[in-house]
Design a protein around this ligand. Structure first.
Ligand SMILES: [Zn+2]
Length: 197
């Protein structure tokens, strides 16, 4: 098996396109409606991320598990749990961080002389936040597929992009029990695992 992140890139690219559409809703910047509109936009983002992540989980799971497939219900539950889990690498809970991004965006628009810049900033932050989330969804789905198949040990494979990172490099080829895989060394790490037995 090679890198599982090919499908992830498609999901990320699709989501990135959608954010621009959502922010276009915000046509007039008005202190009275910005809070409400920001909630509308970010709720849509959350729905979209949930939906696209569920599709990603299904695709990755079904290509990595030899003996199982995952239902849409289970895939959605997996995504929702991940949205509420503390991430030791990013040091936040995805859902809380999304809400923080929303409230900072709304405050930024109210306070700024240049709301367009605030929109651009908010979009960039969403792109980064969700890129990280989809990478995590992918990695954790591979782990789940292996666990469900009864895999006991996995090998860490360092992504080409991560060859510069000392910590990633030093992990290349290392073997871990499936229940003791260490967290990734840094954000946007694209290392992955292979099953051994
Ligand atoms: Zn890495």
């Amino acid at each position: 098996m090679t890198t599982p992140y090919k499908k992830t890139d498609k999901t990320i690219a699709y989501l990135n396109k959608q954010y621009s559409k959502l922010f276009r809703k915000l046509t007039s910047f008005d202190e009275l409606n910005v809070i409400e509109v920001s909630h509308e936009i970010y709720n849509e983002v959350l729905k979209l991320v949930e939906q696209e992540s569920t599709r990603l989980v299904k695709t990755v799971y079904d290509s990595y598990s030899e003996n199982h497939t995952i239902s849409t219900t289970d895939a959605t539950a997996f995504v929702l749990a991940l949205m509420l889990a503390y991430n030791p690498v990013t040091k936040y809970v995805y859902k809380n961080e999304l809400e923080r991004k929303r409230s900072r965006f709304a405050e930024g628009v109210i306070a700024s002389d240049s709301p367009i810049e605030e929109v651009e900033l908010a979009k960039r932050l969403l792109v980064a936040l969700n890129r990280q989330f989809e990478d995590d969804v992918t990695f954790d789905t591979v782990v789940k597929a292996f666990e469900d198949d009864g895999v006991k040990e996995v090998r860490w494979i360092t992504a080409e992009d991560d060859k510069r990172c000392k910590e990633c490099k030093s992990r290349h080829g290392k073997i871990y029990p499936i229940h003791r895989i260490p967290p990734k060394p840094h954000r946007y790490c694209r290392c992955y695992i292979e099953k051994i037995k």
